[in-house]
Design a binder for this molecule. Structure first.
Ligand code: FHN
Length: 436
């Protein structure tokens, strides 16, 4: 079920009902894989390494010359994503460095011209579709390689101080209108070369912040072309367009902590998150989110009516590294047993009160409410205040075992369930309540 706000808004001549239908798969699937892959996997120090370290295009060329992901096997990626319970996947077709993973006719700065000699995007699409996973493209509005891209505050060649005169002179020699046409034509390429694309993740202008403005990107015309080429595609909100009203489909809170996700309840949104800080492969980064935090992000996103897009940064050889695979495997074990509390779920209506020490998700069609036990009751009693008249049956989700009512502790309003003293061996066990 979609948030009421969503149903009130529509794009152009698309009715709210048609928009709900167009986005139904995304709303139901809830959980996707983000994949940030590019030349930046070779320095392996963050996808922004070119900008952060002010690497000139000439000095960055060695990564192009040596890019050869000999272990790239997208079928393995797709199976990993499927086993983790991810229902859609979004791959960077081009990140800010301007290097395209696809065989673009509009640039020589592409994977097919490197020692890889492969259209990595085509292989990604074929492999993930074969696993029944919806495919999405990330495409960067920002392009640090294109000769006509206007130098802006984040360009690698920007002088240390924006006031530096070189900043202005570099700009003067560039024609943003030429870059804008390149952007428009390349987006057309990726939306016409690879069949039905389910999602387009453009990056970035935050409405009102860093906004390069509709003029620089030609956002309105670009969005019209996108929807003409792929009428059922879902598009995020980073074209410096207002959500909904201007045709963006969902909001994209990034790296937001679980406790701050509640403020998005009632909107249409997907939070994108990394395992660590970097989106691209970062060999030496040790700030990895725990399995509990990753589960918390997933459960709290769905429990507030949103999606989680969890990022993997493959290595220069084309593999998910041991840290990513370990995290994906842990998520997969939990999702195998508990995904019913994620798919087709959203936030619970008001009549179902909060549960102390737990977070809930709700499946309206199935009339189920899922109680995620973030704290396992020490005395073996799960107190569900205000639920006694609402529940007809209770069980653990992972094994379907009945959870009996503690008749002595329950009363007219409150339902108390008897739980086993020993917590089931899941990081966050789930109780499924069948509702009256
Ligand atoms: O600058 C990018 C960043 O590298 C990454 O792609 C994220 C993913 O949402 N988007 C931008 C920062 O918001």
């Amino acid at each position: 079920s979609l948030s009421p706000l969503f149903a009130q808004k529509s794009i152009g001549n698309e009715s709210p009902e048609a928009k709900v239908k167009r986005m139904q798969w995304w709303t139901n699937d809830c959980f996707g894989m983000f994949i940030h892959w590019g030349l930046y996997a070779m320095p392996a120090r963050h996808e922004w390494v070119k900008s952060r370290e002010r690497i000139t295009t000439e000095d960055y060329q060695k990564y192009f010359d040596h890019f050869n992901p000999d272990l790239f096997e997208p079928k393995i990626w797709a199976k990993k994503a499927k086993a983790a319970g991810m229902k859609y996947a979004v791959l960077t077709t081009k990140h800010h460095e301007g290097f395209t993973l696809f065989d673009s006719k509009l640039t020589d700065y592409k994977a097919t011209n490197t020692p890889a000699k492969r259209d990595l995007v085509k292989e990604f699409v074929d492999a993930f579709r074969a696993e029944g996973i919806k495919v999405g493209f990330y495409y960067s509005l920002i392009d640090w390689h294109h000769p006509q891209y206007t130098v802006d505050r984040i360009h690698p060649q920007r002088p240390i101080k924006e006031s530096d005169s070189a900043y202005a002179s570099l700009n003067k020699s560039r024609d943003m209108a030429t870059y804008r046409k390149y952007l428009y034509d390349q987006v057309t390429e990726i939306l016409t070369k690879y069949g039905k694309i389910d999602l387009l993740w453009l990056d970035y202008s935050f409405t009102g912040k860093y906004g390069k403005g509709k003029d620089d990107w030609g956002s309105i015309e670009l969005l019209k072309q996108i929807r003409k080429l792929q009428p059922n595609i879902i598009v995020n909100n980073r074209l410096d367009l207002k959500e909904y009203a201007d045709g963006a489909d969902f909001e994209t809170p990034e790296q937001v902590k679980p406790a701050e996700l509640e403020k998005f309840k009632g909107k249409v949104w997907e939070t994108c998150q990394t395992f660590s800080g970097s989106w691209g492969y970062h060999r030496d980064e040790n700030t990895w989110k725990s399995n509990r935090t990753l589960l918390d992000l997933l459960i709290t996103s769905v429990g507030n009516g949103g999606n989680l897009l969890l990022n993997v940064g493959p290595t220069a050889r084309g593999e998910f590294d041991i840290r990513a695979n370990t995290a994906l495997d842990s998520l997969g074990i939990w999702m195998h047993a508990n995904s019913k509390s994620i798919y087709n779920c959203t936030y619970a209506p008001q009549e179902y009160p909060r549960v102390d020490g737990a977070k809930t998700t709700y499946n309206k069609a199935a009339k189920k409410l899922y109680v995620h036990l973030f704290e396992y009751p020490k005395d073996g009693s799960l107190s569900l205040k205000g639920y006694n008249k609402l529940v007809k049956y209770a069980q653990f989700l992972h094994d379907g075992s009945e959870l009996q009512t503690d008749k002595e502790k329950s009363n007219a309003d409150d339902l108390v369930l008897k739980l086993p003293a020993r917590k089931p061996n899941f990081e966050i066990p789930v109780v499924e309540l069948s509702l009256k």
